[in-house]
Design a protein around this ligand. Structure first.
Ligand code: ADP
Ligand code: ADP
Length: 224
């Protein structure tokens, strides 16, 4: 079954910039794919179209949803390069916010936030504030916030690009373990060939703007 399908999708911004496509891309449920391509080729645009944060100029974007999910963007978790945490709120409050906005009662939201924090290795930091955390830890909080609603699809836009190499490698390993444990569909935008090959089962390489697919490479992993 497909999680995401883009058919003949283009995006022209109001200023006339043709940012994307036509792009054809089908992502199966549970797949972990990387989108690799030069700066400005439309990778972020593609993620925003999938998240329904913006509408295509032409073509069709289809996203598989749970029965009954009607709100735009529901069933999708988004992680950006900037963790964008609320500085005045504790780590737990930051993570439970999407649940509170969805009307989940406080106690349940708190329990699920703590569970999400444990899954990213931050069980002991629920009461901390963002300023007390390192860049890698803030990214983990951002990941917990994206996972707390239990989305089927995780969109990640160069999430680890600003981190030092060792922190980045640790996060790569933890993200892989999470993907294996949770079985979510992940679409991961990166500039790093290493990261794309290390993390994903499939590397989709895009051309320069307007981004089209240049190569679609399956990565065969030999299970130990
Ligand atoms: P990438 O993520 O691959 O770096 P983007 O999707 O961010 O590429 O951008 C693709 C192109 O569209 C770039 O030339 C960028 O400047 C342009 N662009 C992105 N967002 C907007 C916008 N809101 N309005 C106008 N142009 C935009
Ligand atoms: P990145 O390189 O990290 O992908 P960008 O510079 O492409 O970041 O985009 C950062 C933000 O600025 C995005 O929200 C994008 O929509 C917006 N943006 C990018 N290019 C333009 C543009 N030419 N005009 C208006 N908004 C833009």
């Amino acid at each position: 079954a497909l999680a995401v399908s883009l058919r003949g999708v283009t995006k022209a911004y109001d200023n006339g910039v043709m940012a994307l496509g036509p792009l054809d891309l089908a992502v199966r449920k549970g797949e972990f794919i990387s989108l690799l391509g030069p700066s400005g080729c439309g990778k972020s645009t593609a993620l925003r179209l999938i998240a329904e944060l913006s509408a295509p100029s032409s073509g069709i974007v289809r996203v598989a949803r749970h029965e009954g999910d009607v709100l735009p963007g529901h069933g999708i978790g988004f992680v950006f390069q900037e963790p964008t945490l609320m500085p005045w709120a504790s780590v737990r409050e930051n993570v439970r916010l999407p649940l509170r906005l969805a009307g989940v009662p406080k106690a349940e939201a708190r329990a699920r936030a703590d569970e999400a924090l444990a899954s990213v290795g931050l069980a002991d930091f629920a009461d901390a504030f963002p300023r007390e955390l390192s860049g890698g830890m803030k990214m983990r909080v951002s990941l917990a916030r994206a996972l707390v609603t239990d989305p089927d699809i995780l969109l990640m836009d160069e999430p680890f690009a600003a981190l030092d190499e060792i922190t980045r490698f640790r996060l790569n390993n933890d993200l892989l373990a999470l993907w294996r444990a949770l079985g979510k569909t992940i679409i991961f935008v990166t500039h790093s060939v290493f990261e794309s090959v290390y993390l994903s089962q499939r590397v989709v390489v895009m051309t320069a703007r307007p981004g089209r697919i240049q190569a679609d490479i399956r990565i065969e992993t030999v299970e130990p």
